[in-house]
Write a protein that binds this ligand. Structure first.
Ligand SMILES: Cc1cc2nc3c(=O)[nH]c(=O)nc-3n(C[C@H](O)[C@H](O)[C@H](O)COP(=O)(O)OP(=O)(O)OC[C@H]3O[C@@H](n4cnc5c(N)ncnc54)[C@H](O)[C@@H]3O)c2cc1C
Length: 392
């Protein structure tokens, strides 16, 4: 039986960060992962350029049943700490909209940085390793794997959520939580495209490829970014963001002209250009394909001066207040994140240790803390991993 101080299950963002920090403190750390390489999600993230954090991080950018839980970790290991780490490693990066930071070259840079430090501090990473059994007796965890049996003083679960099973996502972490009688909040796919009801899908199919700025709303939550029409349904950053707040059966409201008041434009055109037909005015604002789907031909051919009050109101409503009920989401197959998970109330927000189970820790996406699109999920993985790394 191989005894070590710390075993971490999951060799990705949260697990590597925790391992490095624990090893820096002189702890002997082994990471176990069933995948054939470490950090697969880091590699595929941010379109291959890893949106590794955000300049503007706040607990309000996270969804959790306990919205206060993430504050402690995020304030102790902040985006500024991770940016400093990236700078010290000479990784070139740039800022995009909304303070999102991406690598200039490749996500590989972030993974290489973490793996180099893991090696520097003698962290052992065992890949292609299936975990068969975990047990706990006499303050020691026993981990039986497809290769060896281990014992350890601290066991860290960093096995992520359910998104992208093809990349190795499994419910492993939730099963461990269940084994130790830790509450799990219902999981669902977040940051995920919407599928449409068959009639909407058919009607909107020809808009595939169109991306426009819009405001999308569900309940009191709204986001302003691009919407993308796809052959499967609705996607783009604004849809991914709102999907994390959407509940099945709910409608979403979409403002396709967030920066213009169509009512004001029509009323001023009645004076300045009364002979112009509605189609000419609308196609200056939005793609012709979209206008043709949203309005009937007769209305489009009507001169601005001849539009009735009801017609104007209806046109304004159609574009500023488009209401649609998604059929569902594309699910874990394409979701960037898993909502729900290990109940924060079962964990210490300072150490990430289970309150009633000494030596057992949960970090990263397996915990019920899910970030917005924009680098927030990696920051949670870095922060929660760093915190646990100080105590394991
Ligand atoms: C396509 C895509 C793009 C993304 N882009 C971004 C982005 O740009 N910015 C951002 O902030 N977030 C992004 N995310 C989210 C981000 O990748 C995750 O939130 C983050 O990776 C979570 O880190 P983690 O270490 O907790 O879990 P993961 O990165 O999911 O790692 C879990 C590890 O555990 C291993 N594992 C799972 N089950 C088992 C098991 N049974 N036995 C052994 N090992 C197991 C896995 O192989 C994996 O290595 C993206 C996600 C996806 C899917």
């Amino acid at each position: 039986m191989n005894h070590t101080d710390v075993i971490i299950i999951g060799a990705s963002a949260a697990g590597l960060m925790c391992a490095i920090e624990a090893a820096k403190r002189g702890r002997k750390v082994i990471i176990l992962d069933h995948a054939n390489r470490a950090g697969k999600k880091i590699l595929m993230s941010g379109g291959g350029r890893c949106n590794f954090t955000n300049l503007d991080i706040d607990s309000s950018n996270y969804i959790s049943n306990n919205p206060h839980f993430c504050k402690s970790a995020l304030s102790r290991y902040t985006q500024w700490h991770f940016i400093e780490y990236v700078q010290k490693s000479n990784i070139a990066y740039h800022e995009r909209d909304h303070g999102q930071l991406f690598c200039d070259n490749s996500s590989k840079d972030i993974l290489k940085m973490l793996l180099a430090d893991a090696e520097k501090y003698n962290v052992s990473i065992l890949l292609n390793t299936t975990i068969d059994k975990i047990s706990y007796t006499n303050n020691v965890y026993r981990v039986t794997t497809s290769k060896e049996k281990f014992t350890c003083d601290s066991l860290v679960i960093a096995s992520g959520g359910l998104s992208i099973p093809k990349m190795g996502a499994t419910p492993f972490g939730y099963k461990v939580a269940e084994q130790f009688k830790i509450n799990i909040l219902a999981t669902s796919a977040g940051l995920v495209p919407f599928t449409l009801q068959p009639e909407d899908k058919q009607r909107l199919e020809s808009l595939s490829g169109i991306a426009i700025s819009s405001i999308v709303k569900t309940g009191k939550i709204e986001f302003k970014e691009n919407i993308l029409f796809t052959h499967r349904g609705l996607s783009g950053p604004v849809i991914l963001q709102i999907s994390s707040y959407w509940k099945p059966g709910d409608k979403i409201t979409i403002n396709l002209l967030p920066d213009v008041s169509l009512f004001e434009l029509i009323t001023s055109s009645i004076k300045s250009n009364p002979e112009q037909i509605l189609k000419t005015l609308l196609t200056q604002l939005l793609p012709k394909r979209l206008i043709n789907i949203f309005f009937d031909v007769t209305l489009l051919e009507t001169k601005i001066k001849s539009l009735s009050k009801t017609q104007i109101e209806s046109a304004v409503n159609t574009l500023h207040n488009w209401s649609i009920k998604p059929n569902g989401t594309e699910g874990y197959r394409t979701a960037e994140v898993t909502l729900g998970g290990v109940d924060c109330n079962a964990l210490s927000s300072k150490t990430m240790e289970v309150n009633d189970q000494p030596g057992l820790y949960f970090i990263g996406e397996v915990v019920d803390v899910s970030g917005w699109l924009g680098g927030y999920n990696f920051q949670w993985a870095w922060s929660s991993g760093w915190c646990a790394g100080q105590y394991v």
